[in-house]
Design a protein around this ligand. Sequence first.
Ligand code: ZN
Length: 716
Amino acid sequence: MSSRYNPQAAESHWRKAWADAAIFRAKPPAEAPGQEKSYVLEMFPYPSGKLHMGHVRNYAMGDVVARHRRAHGHNVLHPMGWDAFGLPAENAAIERGVHPADWTYKNIDSMRAQLEKLGLTLDWSREFATCDEEYYGEQQRLFLKFVEGGLAYRRSSKVNWDPVDNTVLANEQVIDGKGWRTGAPVEQRELTQWFLRITQYADELLKGIDTLENWPDKVRLMQANWIGKSRGATVKWPFAKDAPSGFGDGIEVYTTRPDTLYGASFLALAADHPIVRKLADDRPDIKAFVADAARIGTSEEAIEKAPKLGVDLGFTVRHPFDPGWEIPVWTANFVLSTYGTGAIFGSPAGDQRDLDFARKYDLPVTPVVLPPETSADDHVITDTAYTGPGTIYNSDFLNGLSTEEAIAAAIARLEENGLGTGTVNYRLRDWGVSRQRYWGCPIPIVHCDDCGVVPVPEADLPVTLPKDVSFDKPGNPLAHHPTWKKTSCPSCGKPAERETDTLDTFVDSSWYYARFASVSDPEERAYWLPVDQYVGGVEHAVLHLLYARFVARALHDLGELQLPGGEPFAGLFTQGMVTHETYKKSDGKWVEPADVERRDGGLYLKGSDEQVEAGPIEKISKSRKNVVDPDEIIATFGADTARWFVLSDSPPDSRPQDGLAQRVARYEAELIREALSNHRGDIRKVTAALGLPRKTLYDKLTKYGLKPEDFRRGGG
Ligand code: ZN
């Protein structure tokens, strides 16, 4: 007798059978001789309390890979756990009076039940939450290794302060000048903070990107841009005629384009440069200009929009390659004192702002870079600068060299004649990890009046969070706690105080993949790592993935992790937002997809003659009524259907087969076009969103023929 397939009955039967037989348990290396290993990991969830379709998609994709590899006879590790520290738990405590630990563990229970119903092939025996004392205790031990190895240090610095969450944000967590979580405008404050020395690994992290062949090109590109290595030179321009006294023998300028030095037509100083301020005392025209420049403000956006204005300061400097060549010095409103030395040299043929300025004040424009496949006679600069690479000409000893070669040759000559030095700069900054919050990993440090900063001895770890805590005052509950911070100095025994800051939760997720591989056995960790396939959201392209790569390398160097290649994730798949079709009625109101039916070639509100219109396929959101509840699909159709649905509704990227360079170029152009479109051509927002310096962005716009103005009215 046949009957309709009943997913409820069948799935619960088989889930139990699988669990009883422990068939998804990853075997320890000793039990799997001759078997290939596969470590499949999805970015672990924050226990918000309810699974959404984004989660389902993430885990369903990883599950496909895990099943496939298991079917090929691999010994598969496919674990699950919880990224469980963070602010929502504290906010729940403040709003509802529930303890963060209770809120978090309760959410974990309900999300675990939801995940189990999805029929994923997970090894639940390795589950942990980052708020487990055992996990964060081990993290404290690792933090102290960082301190010992000089990779964690304390210093006072200006910090980004989120006034809503009352905590510090890393640079990476500030987007468009606003907190990444709250969207509140970020304030600057001076605080003593712990930092992890990620800058020490800048070059290794950059080089490592080349080995990540199974990563999406756009993520590799975003990481490289974030690290932001630039080669350049500091160039000294000796004073010539009528120079002001008291400022040494010349002006220093930082440049990334020493290959264009022969195109120099002026030097420009920021309006608040000390030389300009001094000259303003005797020159009313300079004084008035400085006052006007201050009114524009210092935001890049304002400077971008303002007309390029300046004043000739009335003295000259000598060209570093030709002492007989004198160059006038100006002050200009587009030069920022915060960039480099607050002075630039204008090489108008190769920089749009320099060109606008030179045209306005009738300064010389000498092209020195010949674009590929162009002859010198044909290359005329009128109103558009050429910022791309090419062959150098009109440039004495640099003639005939490529841009790259000319940069090297120019630096060599500058160093030879003592008028400059080649430098390598990185955009990457050290990672500030102190957070003034309760629900995080306590920093295992004691402050003693006599001994200073003293690490908590390993035998005294973990330093656990106090259970009795109150959230009735603003600020850090650990600092307000009546007794928790009072302790004795591990070194001299006198009364001392515990550090009350906790670690940024991105620290928790920077090594969890190693903890899944084994609780503590270094051999087993070495066996499973690196993760063969990592799956997660593209929103982690910079933050989490860069931190995890850094921490893996650092732990390897500290002898805490055997990872010879240095990279924790050999393969990466990043998925975009989960999207779904949207529908609208003629009055503009959104309609749920379930309430729409297709008949006679049209779309109608179910059971009525009212026509509806298909909107764009958009990110799932409640306001557009295109939310899909995973529980509903599972209840109705079963888990297999839910997983299949989410994979087919928003299919994963296809992997194009053409050459790497073309793929990089295509992704890059696509990425920039998308950012221009999202931010309607606002250059300041686009640079922030992409993590690109503005100069680099302009170069790339030229390269791909993209014009910000085309996106200003939502076009493009
Ligand atoms: Zn002491």
